[in-house]
Design a protein around this ligand. Structure first.
Ligand code: RM4
Ligand code: MN
Length: 406
C-alpha cells in the first residue's frame, strides 16, 4: 500500500501535500470483534444495534469505511466468525469495498486449554491447538487473507506449575508444524503480551521472545505489536524501531491504555506516544539507506484491536480511525532533513523541537480539506452522528442474539 514516493515529499511541499498519504496511502484494518458486546471480567454491558452475524460485523466495518475513506480490510477471529462458505464471505466483504485482513486464531476459550494450548503439557491438546491454527491458514486461503495472527493465552499462574523451558520448546515445535500450512503469500504474525489471562508467566511475553520464535520459523513470520500489551513506561517506539531494523515488524494491534490491556480508543490516553510510534514508521518509510526497514514499514499492517465496553461502538471506531489518521499526518509533517541535520550536529534541543513542532500542529483542518476533496464529510464522526444511521442500525437489528462475550 504505502510507497516511498508518496511519503517522501520534501519539506518545501505544502503541508497539505505532505500529509496526503494519511488520506490516500494508509490502509486501516478493522477487527470484527470491535462491534460486538464486550465488557470487563466483572460485567458485559449489552448495547442496542450490535451485530448478530459476521455479515453484520462486516457491514459495520464497511460503514466505518464509508465515512472515513481509509479502511481497507476487516480481520476475522476464528471460531467467533466461522461460516460455511468463506468464498461467499470474501465476496460479501468485497461488495462493500473490503478485503478480509488477518485471520486471528483463538486457542484460549475452549475448556481443554485451561493449562494452555500449544504449550499445554498434554500432547493431544497441543495437537488440537495446532489443528485450530492450521484451520486459520485454510480460512486465509479461502478468504484471500494475507495474514494469520496468533495470540496465545498460554502461560502459568504459579511458579513451579510447569517447566518454563519445556513450554518454550513446545511453543516452537507447534508453530513449526503450523508454518508449512501457510498459503502462498500469507504471513504469520506472533503477538506477545506481558500477562493475562496467565498471571505468573506468559509463554510469549515480550517482543524479544516473539522475535526469536519468528526467526525459528522462517521469513514469513513477523511480530505483532499490540500497543496495550506492555508494562507501564515501556518505550514502545523503540521496540518498533528495533523490529523495523530486523525487518520483522508484522503489524500492529492498536489501542490505548492507562494501566493494563485496556483496549481503549487508540490515541485517547497518550497521543504523543502514538505519534512517536508513527514517527518511527514514517521515518523508516523515508529512509532509503535502510531497505530492510523501509520495506518492512511499507508492509506494516495497522489494525485496531479495541473493545468499546460502555461507549457506542461504531462512532468509537470512526473516532479511532480519525485519531490514527491525525497522528500519521503529524508524523508526515516531521521535517526529516532538518531532523537529520540537528542529530548530526548533536543539537539535542533542536532535534527534539522538530518532533514536538510536528506533534503540536493542528492537522484537522487539512485532513478535512483532503476528505472534502474526495467527496467525504469533513468530520466523519459528526457526519455519522447526524446521519441517523445509528437509529436505523438499532431498528434493523432488533431481535436475534447479539454477538458478544457474555
Ligand atoms: C487478546 C489479544 C488478541 C485479541 C484478543 C481478542 O488480548 O489482544 O490480539 O485478538 O485479545
Ligand atoms: Mn491484540
Amino acid at each position: 500500500m504505502a510507497t516511498i514516493a508518496a511519503v517522501a515529499r520534501p519539506a518545501s511541499a505544502s503541508a497539505l501535500d505532505r500529509i496526503d498519504w494519511a488520506m490516500s496511502g494508509i490502509e486501516i484494518e478493522i477487527p470484527s470483534w470491535g462491534f460486538v458486546n464486550t465488557g470487563t471480567r466483572f460485567r458485559v454491558f449489552p448495547q442496542a444495534g450490535v451485530p448478530r452475524t459476521v455479515q453484520e460485523k462486516i457491514d459495520d466495518a464497511a460503514t466505518v469505511r464509508r465515512f472515513t475513506g481509509i479502511v481497507g480490510a476487516v480481520s476475522l477471529h476464528i471460531p467467533w466468525d466461522k461460516v460455511d462458505d468463506y468464498g461467499a464471505l470474501r465476496a460479501y466483504a468485497a461488495e462493500r469495498g473490503l478485503r478480509i485482513g488477518g485471520i486471528n486464531s483463538n486457542t484460549f476459550q475452549d475448556l481443554d486449554y485451561k493449562l494452555g494450548s500449544v504449550c499445554n503439557p498434554d500432547p493431544a491438546i497441543r495437537a488440537k491447538a495446532v489443528r485450530a491454527i492450521v484451520e486459520c491458514c485454510e480460512i486465509a486461503a479461502a478468504t484471500g487473507a494475507n495474514a494469520v495472527k496468533v495470540w496465545l493465552g498460554d502461560g502459568t499462574n504459579y511458579p513451579g506449575q510447569d517447566d518454563l523451558r519445556w513450554r518454550r520448546h513446545r511453543l516452537v515445535e507447534a508453530l513449526r508444524e503450523v508454518y508449512p500450512h501457510l498459503p502462498d503469500g500469507v504471513r504469520l504474525y506472533l503477538e506477545y503480551k506481558l500477562y493475562e489471562p496467565a498471571l505468573y508467566s506468559t509463554d510469549v511475553q515480550d517482543w524479544g521472545q516473539s522475535l526469536a520464535v519468528c526467526r525459528a520459523l522462517g521469513d514469513r513470520a513477523g511480530v505483532c505489536v499490540d500497543t496495550g500489551h506492555h508494562a507501564m513506561g515501556v518505550n514502545i517506539e523503540q521496540i518498533v524501531a528495533a523490529l523495523l531494523a530486523e525487518g520483522r515488524l508484522g503489524g500492529f494491534d492498536l489501542n490505548d491504555k492507562k494501566y493494563g490491556d485496556d483496549d481503549l480508543m487508540v490515541g485517547s490516553i497518550d497521543p504523543y506516544q502514538l505519534f512517536r510510534i508513527a514517527h518511527e514508521l514514517v521515518n523508516a518509510m523515508r529512509d532509503e539507506t535502510d531497505p530492510v526497514a523501509q520495506t518492512c514499514a511499507n508492509q506494516t499492517v495497522y489494525m485496531l484491536d479495541q473493545c468499546h465496553n460502555i461507549e457506542p461502538k461504531l462512532p468509537a471506531m470512526i473516532r479511532s480511525v480519525m485519531n490514527l489518521q491525525e497522528t500519521i499526518a503529524k508524523a508526515l509533517l516531521v521535517d526529516r532533513d532538518a531532523l537529520l541535520a540537528a542529530q548530526a550536529a548533536g543539537d539535542v534541543l533542536e532535534a527534539n523541537r522538530q518532533l514536538q513542532d510536528a506533534f503540536s500542529t493542528d492537522v484537522r483542518p487539512l485532513l478535512a480539506e483532503l476528505r472534502v476533496a474526495r467527496g467525504l464529510a469533513a468530520d466523519p464522526y459528526r457526519a455519522y452522528l447526524d446521519s441517523g444511521e445509528a437509529a436505523e442500525r438499532e431498528a434493523a437489528r432488533a431481535g436475534g442474539t447479539a454477538a458478544g462475550w457474555g
